[in-house]
Every structure is written in C-alpha cells, then in structure tokens.
Design a protein around this ligand. Structure first.
Ligand SMILES: [Zn+2]
Length: 156
C-alpha cells in the first residue's frame, strides 16, 4: 500500500498500481472485474502469480469475471485505522462464483451502497456482487454488495 494521496473527504491508504496488478485495480473503469486466468487450463488466480498454480505451465492473463460471489466469512471492525475512517464496518471474505476457491477480502455494502455496520442477517454462502468505487485517478476499489443479485449469464 502506498501512502494516502490527494485531497478528499477521506484519506485512505491506496494500493501501488503495478504492471502485475493493474488489471485488478483498474478493471472497475469498465464496470467489470478482471482476474488472472490460465490460457491452458482455465484456472484463475488471486493474487497475481507469474505461472499457473494449477497446471504450472500456463502464463495467466487478465480475463473478465462476473463479479458474482458468495460470502465465506466476515468480521465487524470497530477500530478507526486512520483519521476520518467511519466505524464500525463489516469486512468480508468472498468466493468468486466461477471458482469457489478464489477468494477476495473486501468490505460489505448494502443494496443502497452504504457500508454495512453489523453482522445481523449475514450467513455463509449468501450471494454478493462486486461493484467498484473510484477512490483515486487510477484505482477502482472492488466492494461486495449484499442483496444486489447475480448478473445474468453462466459462470464458467
Ligand atoms: Zn493452468
């Protein structure tokens, strides 16, 4: 993570965008998530790796993902880690619908886009959908939205 940067209401730590992670942090510009996928066996990987962790032959390349996912685990954060951070909020671990072992840690938003502040009503395998918030000129933060439904289309 880089230092906070730029003016704004909330100064939050931002990731350092590199050639290896650019697809992840900037996919939201087009409203769709990108995950590295092996061209030989189709295995998806997060975080980025130079070689496929499944077949160990393919070189993973960015590939569109649905953004549909399932809730795996969660916790309620009560610590304000930097000035201006509103607490409490829910941190979630989610699994990509297309590949249940591909997991992402992020925060949870309600259908109205507001941060979820309690774990009330959350359950394992609850469907969530990623949406993106532009938090800097070059960073779109993927966030899980509960109650948003899945997108149409197959998960393959
Ligand atoms: Zn592979």
């Amino acid at each position: 993570m880089s230092n906070t940067r730029g003016p704004g209401v909330l100064q939050r730590p931002l990731p350092l965008v590199t050639a290896e992670n650019r697809h992840h942090w900037q996919a939201g510009a087009n409203g769709s998530w990108q995950v590295l996928r092996c061209p030989l066996c189709g295995h998806r990987a997060l975080p980025p790796a130079p070689c496929c962790s499944s077949c160990r032959k393919g070189i993973p390349a960015p590939s569109p993902a649905s953004g549909d996912a399932y809730l795996v685990s969660w916790t309620v954060n009560h610590q304000a880690w930097f000035p201006g951070m509103e607490v409490p909020f829910v941190l979630v671990l989610i699994e990509l619908a297309e590949q249940r072992d591909l997991r992402l840690l992020t925060n949870l938003l309600g259908p109205d886009g507001a941060p979820v502040a309690t774990a009330d009503g959350l359950r394992a395998d609850m469907p969530v959908r990623l949406r993106f918030e532009r938090v800097a000129d070059d960073v779109w933060l993927p966030q899980a939205v509960v109650g948003a439904g899945f997108a149409a289309g197959a998960h393959g």
